[in-house]
Every structure is written in structure tokens, then in C-alpha cells.
Design a protein. Structure first.
Length: 207
């Protein structure tokens, strides 16, 4: 016979039994109060929790910091440390008029995702060229050559996202707020800015 069957178990007194039941009830009430599920949090709780990581926001097409890139095409900086306080992303949108292009370049430390919101573009990606139409998405790992050229008579709109902030500094340096005149910086200053933003132009590397 097992030990637990050989020895009798002392019986608790009625007073001890009542105290045990009362203590268990108090413990359950305490646990219920301390263990709110995430779904029970109010929107205010959620907003306060995200304050240090950026401002939650829904932006319309024309919202964001509107600028003109190099004096020739519209640019909207949507998300970055200065606009929404993001620590982790830079997101922007550009309208590229017919015949315009983004020269071949690469980003040394940032991965990039590009969404073709409107129009058709030829995408240079690495050592090949692809046709990207409305709805296309391009993933550009760091260190990969990337370039765009608008195809056809329609304006192309692209939305691009970097996984870490930094490149928005170059976007601001090479653009001006809407309604102001863009003054092109000196070539040496542009080269210094690109170095700080970890961007390398294909034209600079092959020469």
C-alpha cells in the first residue's frame, strides 16, 4: 500500500476551513483585478503606450510634409522622426511626371520597400530591368542598385518605406517646402549629405 494510503490525514477544524475558503476568495479577487487582458484596455491606454514610439495617424493622399524635390516634382514626407515621431520608419510619396526618372543608386544600411500607386515605371533592380505597373511592389535589400524611369504619358506615383530613419535628411536637404524656391546646394554639400544618408549613386561609383 502507498504511503498516502497508510497514513491518516488530519482533519481541519471548521474555523480553519472557513479561513481557507475566505482567503482563496480574496486571492481570486486580487488576481482578477491585476490581470486585465489587452482587449480590456481603453483607447486612451493604447495611445499613452505608443506615445514614445510615434503618433498614431491616418493620412490622406495630400497630407504629410509637402515639398518639391529638386524643384521639379512633388514629394510628401509622411512618416519620420520629425513628422510623426517614428523611431523605426521613414515613409514618403512622390509624383514622377512623364519622362522623369530616379537615377540608379543604392542604400548601404537600409532596406527599402516601394509601392507603385499609379502609372507605369521601368525598375532597375540589381543588374536587371523590370516593368512595374500600378499595384506593383518592389523590395530593395540594402546594397542593391535601384532606379526608376516613368513609362508612358501618365504621371507615376510611388510610395517608399525605409525600415530605419535617416534618409529623410537627404530628402529634406534636396527639396524645399511647397511655395518656396529650391536652391540647389553645392555639389560638395550634396556629396556630403549622401554620405551621411548612406546613399551611393551608380554614376559616382563607376567613375
Amino acid at each position: 500500500m502507498r504511503d498516502c494510503e497508510r497514513h491518516s490525514i488530519p482533519r481541519k477544524s471548521p474555523m480553519i476551513h472557513q479561513l481557507s475558503v475566505r482567503s482563496a476568495g480574496l486571492l481570486l479577487l486580487a488576481l482578477a483585478g491585476c490581470s486585465r487582458s489587452p482587449s480590456s484596455q481603453t483607447p486612451k491606454d493604447s495611445a499613452e503606450a505608443t506615445t514614445n514610439f510615434g503618433r498614431p495617424v491616418v493620412l490622406a493622399r495630400a497630407e504629410g510634409k509637402a515639398r518639391t524635390f529638386q524643384g521639379r516634382r512633388p514629394l510628401w514626407i509622411k512618416v519620420d522622426p520629425l513628422t510623426q515621431g517614428s523611431r523605426a520608419f521613414t515613409a514618403a510619396m512622390e509624383d514622377l511626371p512623364p519622362g522623369d526618372s530616379i537615377g540608379i543608386h543604392k542604400h548601404l544600411t537600409e532596406d527599402e520597400v516601394i509601392f507603385v500607386h499609379r502609372g507605369t515605371v521601368d525598375v532597375t533592380l540589381g543588374d536587371s530591368v523590370h516593368r512595374g505597373e500600378t499595384g506593383a511592389l518592389v523590395f530593395v535589400p540594402r546594397g542593391t542598385w535601384i532606379g526608376f524611369r516613368v513609362v508612358g504619358a501618365d504621371t507615376a506615383t510611388i510610395v517608399f518605406l525605409f525600415k530605419t530613419p535617416g534618409f529623410e535628411k537627404c530628402l529634406r536637404f534636396l527639396s524645399a517646402p511647397v511655395g518656396t524656391t529650391f536652391v540647389r546646394p553645392a555639389d560638395a554639400d550634396i556629396a556630403a549629405a549622401r554620405k551621411e544618408c548612406h546613399q551611393v549613386r551608380y554614376a559616382d561609383e563607376v567613375h
